[in-house]
Write a protein that binds this ligand. Structure first.
Ligand code: B1M
Length: 815
């Protein structure tokens, strides 16, 4: 236990407030990264540090938030970056150490890279770990007392930073690592992570404190703190900003006063905060008042967590202790699935996507992913399968492999807290897989098997389970993060197998206090009508207290067994779920239920083409979109209509779901990719115009805006109507647009913007053209742009959609 953790058991600890806010008014060179102040003006930061110490702060954060290779590459040439990173981070710590002496600890601040993680963006997990390691190492070398990873939005990125920090600190110096995320007004991070999910994932990574910074001012932070505390035993750090910033007379103003922040600090401690600090807008005066307000207040007791909690980026699943038995979908497994093996080996993972979607629709709350194909590169297949499943459904995953490389590949690709399936009692497995679970913060499935095989008695199973649980707990894995598989052999060979396994469930739960799980279908190997045996065995196991089952949720008998078990074990109040299930499956249940029929029964077969396209877009299903677009074209739908009638409305539905928090950024991104693939196919069909207009248009999505689907459609249609289009892409600065338009002697500039926050960039372009006396007309469009807005900013042409753009430009040029 670190010194800080010991302090946190007794009292509240105080971090400092904002550095950026305190630097306002200084002549910071905005053309350089703000961290260059560490080298150019260390005295400014020392003066700020001294003020925070005088205010009673016990930890000072360094000005190293963005000093990673990824951010610095925007400012410095490749050969200079390494030295700059070292110096900025090293000096950032050293300069504060001089001020702090022994009065405060120095916490090295590590912020996000600013890039999206793969597959949302280009940054891979390993690249992120390397960049963070390069940033943190000089901080450690300079003597940082704490590493604080902060303002993160994405779980993969925060995990990469934690792993980088751990790789430098662990076994060397017992220094605390703290990690915080930041949340928006919808109480989700930018990519949809809730405070609860963040807490579940971070708490399993063995940190000294976890929490939130910046975000929503005090009231929002209180709500975030409550949620995080409800699912986590790790000490909580809260660093709120001084309210949401307001723009008054062109200046950013943070509204919360020191006395308001002091009241808020008290509230934060009352809901469980152990460390209080401040973010944007807070000053030494705020922190002094906050410290005074919580002086002598005892920290709230840690929450008791009885469940195994696992999470995907956007969904939390609780197993055990008062929750209905969780179904873990087993179908993504090449065993006896030739179709799956053949497809994934050929690089086609659409089958994983389909299996994932169907199993979740059929009631799986977690999915098992197994890519154990003999002779194949299992680590690669596991990574791809996890990425595919994760983009298709939002449930947590179970990484099913005994190959350590494949397990690591799966855990790196999964953005959440997964379960490793499985760690048996074999020494080699225990020694390699427990450290991996610890490193990535995964829960473990403990398999009651060892070098001698599957024990025949409940006591034998308990002995192996005890060995695994003890070793895992000793390595730092929490007891609640272990689920024991009591392993059933087939009753065809061992008549006692089922009853001994059922007895083991009760025994292991009672003696070890852990959740239990079963791969149910083993019980029926070699017997006819297996699903009947499996479903009955499942119901018997649920009666013994089984918490989760690895099963095929598409198997109707199994579903039936589940529905009945839930009803009989008292989880289905008013028999609601059972009745819904029974009514929906009335006709199917009368018949035999081989798997094929079950699948058909669950299949949505009668979708219209429009619905199928909408479904493919919403599910981010790239492999279906081309055949569907081709079907529409072959049915005589005009290419432009395929886009306007099918693709765009589907994407609009995605937008609405995004707004309503039913879909999240990674899913929107997948949908956008599907649309792009569909449009690429349509593009081939749009016939080029015979006539050439002779007009040249510079087209761009404005600075700050990355939406380019609409702009690309406009580009295609204009080209096909004889315009010479030079497309500058997205997020294009005003300067680049104007310079290029002048260079190319463009006849018109076309601007696209999709957000209320970026449309003003259009006005900037028009104003700059005027200021520079450049006489090139401007056309504007994009979802939030209207005719009246276009008139207001002085645009020459407005178009509501791509066809309108062609029509209006032709009119403008009198063509
Ligand atoms: Co985002 N996004 N997005 N997004 N996204 C919107 C626009 C949003 C309305 C969703 C919502 O909240 N309901 C919202 C904006 C809210 C606001 O106005 N403030 C939003 C947000 C908030 C964001 C982020 C900030 C999310 C976040 O990170 N928290 C982020 C922004 C990043 C940034 O830009 N800095 C973000 C990111 C993304 C993705 C990257 C995931 C992805 C874009 C992928 C890509 O474009 N390559 C994405 C998507 C797909 C959308 C929605 C769902 C769809 C946009 C789209 O492509 N529409 C969108 C919701 C929606 O619009 N329903 C949403 C289809 C396209 C054909 O229409 O672009 O309007 P449109 O183009 C039409 C016409 O407008 C016109 O013709 C086109 C064809 O008919 N037109 C012109 C367009 N440009 C023209 C130029 C012309 C003339 C006509 O003259 C030159």
């Amino acid at each position: 236990m670190t010194q800080l953790e010991k302090i946190l058991k007794k009292r509240i600890f105080i971090f400092d407030g904002a550095t950026g806010t305190m630097l306002q008014g200084k002549d910071v060179d905005k053309s350089k990264p703000p961290e260059m102040v560490n080298i150019e003006h260390p005295e400014w930061l020392q003066e700020i540090g001294q003020k925070y110490i005088d205010a009673g702060c016990e930890a000072l954060e360094t000005n190293t938030f963005g000093s990673s290779r990824i951010k610095f590459s925007e400012f410095f040439a490749e050969d200079k970056i390494k030295d700059k990173i070292h110096k900025v981070n090293f000096d950032g710590v050293k300069l504060l150490k001089k001020v702090a002496k022994n009065k405060a600890l120095i916490a090295a601040s590590i912020g996000p890279t600013g890039k999206l993680m793969y597959p949302m963006g280009e940054l891979t997990f390993d690249e992120a770990v390397a960049a963070f390691k390069e940033q943190i190492k000089p901080c450690v070398d300079a003597g940082a007392d704490i590493i604080i990873i902060e303002t993160m939005s994405e779980l993969s990125e925060i995990k990469a930073a934690i792993i980088a920090a751990k790789s430098l600190l662990i076994n060397k110096q017992n220094k605390p690592i703290i990690a915080t995320m930041t949340f928006q007004t919808n109480l989700r991070s930018l990519v949809g992570v809730t405070p609860e999910i963040a807490a579940v994932v971070l708490s399993s990574m063995g940190l000294s404190a976890i929490g939130a910074n910046c975000s929503l001012g005090i009231d929002g932070m209180v709500e975030i703190a409550k949620q995080m505390k409800s699912v986590s035993v790790t000490p909580l750090i809260c660093q709120p900003n001084a309210g949401l910033p307001q723009l008054i007379d062109g200046k950013t103003v943070f509204p919360a006063t020191p006395s308001e922040m002091a009241k808020g600090a008290k509230k934060l401690v009352s809901v469980g905060a152990n460390i209080i600090g401040g973010c944007c807008g807070t000053t030494p005066v705020h922190l002094k008042a906050m410290k005074k307000a919580v002086k002598g207040v005892k920290p709230k007791q840690a929450t008791v967590i009885n469940n195994l909690l696992v999470a995907s980026r956007t969904k939390l699943v609780a197993i055990g202790s008062g929750n209905p038995v969780a179904i873990i979908g087993e179908r993504i497994n090449p065993t006896r699935r030739k179709d799956l093996s053949e497809k994934v080996l050929a690089g086609d993972f659409s089958i994983v996507r389909e299996d994932a979607i169907r199993q979740v629709e059929a009631g799986a709350s977690i999915l098992d992913i197994n890519m154990g194909i003999p002779g194949a590169d299992e680590a690669y297949l596991m990574r791809m399968a996890v990425l595919e499943a994760q983009s298709a459904v939002d449930v947590p995953l179970m990484i099913d492999s005994s190959n350590p490389e494949a397990v690591e590949a799966g855990l790196k690709a999964f953005s959440g807290k997964a379960i490793i399936n499985s760690i048996s009692g074999e020494k080699k497995k225990l020694n390699t897989l427990i450290p991996i679970a610890r490193k990535y913060g995964a829960a473990i499935l403990a398999l009651t098997v060892d070098e001698t095989g599957v024990p025949k008695t409940a006591e034998g199973k308990l002995a192996i389970a005890s060995k695994i649980v003890n070793l895992a707990v000793k390595a730092g894995i929490r007891r609640e993060d272990i689920i024991v598989d009591c392993v059933v052999s087939t009753v065809a060979a061992e008549p006692e197998a089922a009853m001994e396994t059922l007895r083991a469930i009760g025994l292991i739960k009672k003696k070890l206090g852990v959740a239990t799980i079963l791969g149910v279908s083993n019980v029926s190997h070699g017997l006819p009508s297996r699903t009947t045996i499996n479903a009955t065995f499942l119901a018997m196991a649920v009666a013994q207290g089984l918490d989760a089952a690895i099963a095929n949720p598409l198997d109707l008998r199994m579903k039936e067994g589940m529905a009945v078990s839930k009803l009989l074990s008292g989880f289905d109040r008013g028999a609601k779920e059972y009745i819904t299930y029974a009514m929906a499956n009335k006709t199917v249940l009368k018949t035999e239920t081989p798997e094929k029929k079950t699948l058909e029964a669950l299949e949505v077969c009668k979708d219209t083409l429009e619905e199928k396209i909408a479904r493919a877009v919403m599910e981010g299903n790239k492999s279906d979109i081309i055949p569907l677009v081709e079907q529409a074209l072959s049915e005589g739908v005009a290419p432009v209509d395929v886009s306007n009638r099918y693709l765009i409305p589907a994407l609009e539905k995605v937008g609405t779901k995004f707004q309503d928090n039913e879909m999240f950024l990674p899913q929107v991104l997948m949908s956008a990719e599907v649309i792009e693939a569909g449009f690429k196919r349509i593009k081939k069909e749009i016939k080029a115009s015979e006539t050439v207009t002779g007009k040249k248009i510079i087209l761009a999505t404005v600075k700050g805006d990355v939406h380019d689907i609409g702009k690309n459609i406009v580009s295609t249609l204009l080209q096909n109507h004889g315009f010479n289009v030079i497309d500058l892409g997205k997020n294009v600065p005003t300067k680049t647009i104007i310079e290029r338009a002048v260079k190319e002697k463009a006849d018109i500039i076309g601007l696209s913007a999709l957000m209320t926050t970026t449309v003003m960039e259009m006005e900037k372009v028009i104003k700059s053209l005027k200021d520079l006396s450049i006489n090139i007309p401007v056309a504007v469009g994009g979802a939030v742009v209207t005719q009246s807005f276009a008139d207001k900013i002085g645009a020459d042409v407005y178009a509501k959609d791509a066809l309108d753009a062609v029509k209006n430009l032709k009119k403008f040029f009198k063509l």
